[in-house]
Design a protein around this ligand. Structure first.
Ligand code: AMP
Ligand code: ZN
Length: 464
């Protein structure tokens, strides 16, 4: 059985053949951390996290990188408004992002590079682009010279005119060509900046991903993924930068893009004010319901979020849990099913360009088969297959009783244990060990405990 993936570069579904099966590499563009993520942002991390899980099953060594964009003009604006350094904003929202991902059961990346930790790498890459005639410095800026790369526009399939219109590129006196894009820009004294050969400044967004991908995965990577809103200009520009900095070597061999999530038929966007924050949805619904919603459409298709779709998803999950409860199958979960082989047709669906709607339909068929089984052996086999397949998708992890009671799987967790973790997190914060504090917060969230920092100190409660 072969893994087949849709490659935006060729606009076809192709066999996935890694460059080196002993070192499979994937880079997924991560969030810009200046606010809470919305449910649309979670889609690429759920679906490409599932792809990482599948790749790990197929290959012995997978390196999955998902970055954090922690320097950006939106971050600068948020920090200026709050009157704090950018790190105060980015540390907070990066920690919240990680915790929300953990609650949603999203596969963690192997590396999580931060842009601000790669400034020297970024500068070196820009210097390489200047030296090879693909970039030029002008008035404190460094620009990529689009005319120097004949393949510009190939990934997104756009003409130069379309690209100029689509990118709303700024016409500036220091640009040779309006389509040239910024690699480095000057910072005023109030803005975050780093010393560089072109003066104190900060990197453009696109070069950050090129540099982080090179630093952690190498010059040519197997898979690069993100939402299809990133196809142009972000990914087109990444291709231009990386290919030119590496003497023409191919940058990413397979480009994967997820479709956009809309809300009750309208584009979900912060400016329209119609976004659902992931962390709020996680307070209102079981994480499995949100995962189910994000997997029920094929990842390349648009996906509409609506109250009626949520209700329908809930009914499906309730049906599966009813089957498990009626067949007293919950208790079998940890033993038999964890080791159970994934059903062949289920795996085949996922291998077919991550066909999650088909994979979910197979779960329904297995639940049906379990209910209608004529012998205890047939029933157990169907239940085990259902639990194994559910487990792979991050579904059907709860005890059926607690699913219907709406309780967390860990309600047995005792208070002293929770308090210990909360205290340890507080101590880490005091010691300014924020990585450890974030880790503890994520661990608590995984146990279904939400910690709130109040002027009186941390308070905790069990998640809804
Ligand atoms: P950002 O922080 O805006 O760069 O977005 C993080 C990720 O979420 C990127 O991969 C985007 O393509 C993706 N994304 C943003 N909005 C949506 C949406 N409405 N539906 C699906 N994916 C989205
Ligand atoms: Zn990126």
């Amino acid at each position: 059985m072969k893994l087949r993936l849709h490659n935006s570069l060729t606009r076809r579904v192709e066999d996935f053949v890694p460059l080196d099966p002993n070192r499979v590499t994937m880079y997924v563009c991560g969030p810009t951390v200046y606010n809470y993520v919305h449910i649309g942002n979670a889609r690429p991390y759920v679906v490409f996290g599932l792809l990482a899980r599948l790749l790990r099953r197929l290959y012995p060594n997978v390196i999955y990188a998902r970055n954090i964009t922690d320097v950006d003009d939106k971050i600068n604006a948020a920090a200026a408004e709050a009157g704090v350094p950018i790190a105060t904003i980015t540390d907070r929202y990066a920690a919240d992002f990680r915790a929300d991902m953990a609650r949603l059961g999203v596969d963690a990346p192997d590396v999580e590079p931060h842009a601000t930790a790669h400034i020297s790498h970024i500068i070196a890459m820009i210097e390489q682009l200047i030296a090879s005639g693909h970039a030029y410095a002008a008035e404190g800026h460094v620009l990529f010279d689009v005319a120097s790369f004949p393949d510009y526009g190939k990934l997104s399939g756009r003409s130069t005119d379309e690209m100029i219109a689509g990118a709303r590129v700024e016409v500036a006196p220091y640009k040779k060509n309006p389509a040239d894009f910024v690699l480095w820009k000057p910072s005023t004294p109030e803005l975050p900046g780093w010393d560089s050969p072109w003066g104190r400044g900060r990197p453009g967004w696109h070069i950050e991903c090129s540099a982080m991908s090179e630093a952690h995965l190498g010059e040519t990577i197997d898979i690069h993924a993100g939402g299809n809103d990133l196809l142009f200009p972000h990914h087109e520009n990444e291709v231009a930068q990386s290919t030119c900095a590496h003497g023409g070597k191919i940058f990413a061999r397979y480009w994967l893009h997820n479709g956009m999530l809309s809300l009750e038929g309208r584009k979900m966007s912060k400016s329209l004010g119609n976004t659902f924050r992931l962390h709020e949805l996680l307070e209102q619904h079981p994480a499995e319901l949100l995962r189910y919603m994000l997997m029920k459409a094929h990842y390349r298709q648009p996906l509409d979020w609506s109250a009626s779709a949520l209700e329908q998803a809930r009914r499906t999950l309730d049906g599966w849990y009813t089957t498990l409860r009626d067949l007293h199958a919950g208790a079998r979960k940890s033993g038999a099913s964890a080791a159970h082989e994934l059903p062949e047709e289920f795996l085949a669906a996922l291998m077919d360009d991550l066909n999650t709607p088909e994979a979910l339909a197979i779960l329904s068929r297995l639940a049906d088969a379990a209910r209608k089984a004529q012998t205890p052996e047939a029933r157990d086999a169907a239940v085990d297959a259902l639990l194994a397949a559910g487990n792979f998708l991050g579904l059907l992890q709860a005890d059926p009783e607690s699913w219907f009671q709406g309780a967390t799987a860990d309600s047995s967790l005792d208070e002293a244990q929770v308090q210990q973790l909360v205290d340890a997190r507080q101590a880490a914060k005091k010691a300014k060990n924020f990585t450890e504090a974030d880790r503890l917060r994520a661990q608590l969230l995984e146990l279904g405990i939400v910690v709130e920092d109040t002027p009186q100190g941390p308070r905790w409660k069990r998640a809804a």
